[in-house]
Design a protein around this ligand. Structure first.
Ligand code: G16
Length: 555
């Protein structure tokens, strides 16, 4: 870095001192904390994003959001050129940057990192960072801090995309780097055109079916509801009633996280909605769950991320097998696509059994879409979902080019054959479902298209398999970083002895399964328990909470 660059950085960073007594960590999904603590972090992530943009000669994304967290929190995360999460190899640098005690320490860190990564400034054209934020009130000032960080790097500009969903920003970054349009309009366009294609190829017998076109969506009082309102004006097929569009408190008694964890109706829903298909988004619309309201109660039948995954897996497996069979029923050997499914320890055991029965390869990673996404990208078609509703379907470049060739070939030899339709459907899914990151809006449209294709009601979908009763609790402990896990977070290796104690408790319950892990987005340890009855799952979870207190101490 030349002297001019160094003096700009010294000057700008002195305006963003770090708060004392706080340690920041680039967790499951970027930095998250009480919004009042985040200005220096966001400023510094702005610098990081600009450096990443220079290093990759590509557009980078910077999103201000704390997603499912309470409204007083905020956060910041970075989208890489592919639209996916920031490469994990830069996370230690992000941590060090956020915690550098003063401007001089910051400059030293930057100098060292620039040398280590061989970041070349000379000859770089202007680079660009796309900025987005969710609806949190603290977002406005944090966007300003990010802009100052970005423009502290000479040659970097910040383009403010305004209030967007997290997946929209990731999509825009990906799109821009592919040389295509990166606006909200083009995002909606791509969704709508590919949805139309899926609807056009619905089996004849299912076109005038009983699947209701009515859907009620809980927008979590966040950005998702607002965007869905816009999208629905261009959607002729569905009648969507969007509730919790921003009048109430974000994520409070509403949203996908609340619905999935509490298994209760969100605010604004009630017994009158019984029998209607309902869905819930989270605060920045990167998670989606479905539910139906149980009669005369505030309880719900939850259709979570595992069941969304199962629905997608079933449909995609069917389309791939139609395509790989030849007209005479014998397998077509020209291309055998690999189809894989990625879950985490939170996946309900019944879902994993179901997917394995379908003959699918199921692999597990730690919590965090950055891990699931990476694994899913190893397949031609990789489906990943967390039980909390965060996930998507990835298509490899290989399969996409094969599908293009195949569909063109079939268009001339056997247009409108089942194989031709399967190829077109698969191509449409690859455009509808966000290839950059889990996306509640595109996921919702794909669910709706598949339900219509299958001629399934939400009840029929929910009956795919019976969830094992489960309970998830969160516990505030003195130091959650004292919990170290292994084997995709299924085992605790530290504190010593706690895993043995958990095993003893778990063995008391038929079909018992239990694990604990430190959250990477909240200051809590999470406890998950599964067992043959709800009472048993609750009791197992509560007894493990006591163990957590014994070994780690409640805060
Ligand atoms: C983020 C991550 C998800 C993760 C969730 C909870 O979601 O993107 O992969 O499941 O946090 O993580 P943890 O249990 O570590 O707190 P979101 O929707 O909050 O961005």
């Amino acid at each position: 870095m030349n002297e001019q660059q160094r003096s700009i950085l010294l000057d700008s960073s002195s305006r963003f001192p770090i708060p004392s007594g706080v340690k920041f960590s680039y967790g499951t999904s970027g930095f998250r904390a009480d919004a009042s603590l985040l200005e220096s972090t966001v400023f510094r992530v702005g610098i990081l994003a600009a450096l990443r943009s220079i290093h990759t000669r590509s557009v980078i994304g910077l999103m201000i959001t704390a997603s499912h967290n309470e409204v007083s929190d905020n956060g910041v995360k970075v989208a890489d050129p592919s639209g996916g999460m920031l490469t994990q190899s830069w996370e230690p640098f992000a941590d060090a940057l956020a915690n550098a005690p003063d401007s001089h320490a910051l400059l030293k860190l930057l100098d060292d990192f620039v040398k280590e990564e061989n970041i070349i400034f000379e000859g770089v054209p202007t680079v660009e960072v796309f900025l987005g934020r969710d609806t949190r009130p603290s977002g406005t000032s944090l966007v300003e801090a990010a802009k100052q960080g970005i423009t502290s790097i000479m040659g970097a500009i910040a383009t403010d995309m305004g209030v967007v969903t997290t997946p929209q920003l990731h999509w825009m970054v990906r799109s821009k780097n592919k040389g295509t349009e990166a606006s909200e309009y083009s995002y909606f366009d791509q969704l709508l055109v590919s949805l139309r294609c899926l609807l056009d190829y619905i089996p004849q017998g299912n076109k005038s079916n009983d699947v209701s076109d009515k859907l009620i969506v809980d927008g979590a009082d966040g950005v998702g509801g607002e965007k869905l309102e816009k999208l629905k004006t261009r959607l002729s097929y569905l009648k969507i009633d969007v509730r919790n569009r921003g009048d109430g408190v974000l994520n409070e008694g509403v949203g996908a996280d609340y619905v999935q964890k509490e298994k209760l109706v969100p605010r604004g829903f009630g017994p009158v909605d019984t029998g209607i298909r309902c869905a819930s988004l989270d605060g920045d619309a990167d998670r989606l769950v479905y539910f139906s309201v149980l009669p005369n109660s505030n309880k719900i039948d939850l259709v979570d991320g595992d069941k969304i995954l199962s629905l997608f897996a079933l449909f995609l497996k069917e389309q791939l097998s139609i395509l790989s069979g030849s007209e005479d029923g014998k397998a077509n050997k020209s291309y055998q696509a690999s189809l894989g499914v990625v879950q985490t320890a939170y996946a309900n055991g019944a879902s994993t059994d179901y997917l394995k029965q379908l003959g699918l390869e199921v692999v597990f990673t730690p919590t965090g879409v950055k891990y699931l996404h990476e694994k899913a990208a190893e397949y031609d078609v990789g489906i990943y979902f967390e039980a909390n509703g965060h996930g998507t379907v990835l298509f490899s470049e290989n399969i996409l080019s094969w599908l293009e060739i195949k569909s063109n070939e079939l268009a001339s030899t056997s247009k409108d054959s089942e194989q031709h339709k399967a190829a077109l459907r698969l191509l449409a899914v690859s455009k509808l479902i966000n290839q950059a990151v889990g996306d509640a809006l595109s996921g919702l449209l794909l669910v709706e298209a598949i339900l219509k294709h299958m001629d399934w009601s939400i009840d029929k979908w929910s009956e795919l398999y019976q969830d094992l009763p489960s309970r998830q609790l969160k516990v505030k402990v003195v130091d959650r970083t004292a919990v170290i896990t292994a084997n995709a977070e299924t085992i605790v290796v530290r504190p010593t002895g706690i895993q043995d104690a958990i095993d003893v408790e778990t063995a008391k319950y038929p079909q018992g399964r239990c694990f604990i892990r430190p959250s990477g987005t909240e200051d809590v340890v999470r406890v998950y328990a599964e067992a043959s009855t709800q009472e048993a799952a609750d009791s197992l979870a509560h007894s493990v909470v006591k163990l957590v207190d014994q070994f780690l101490g409640f805060k």
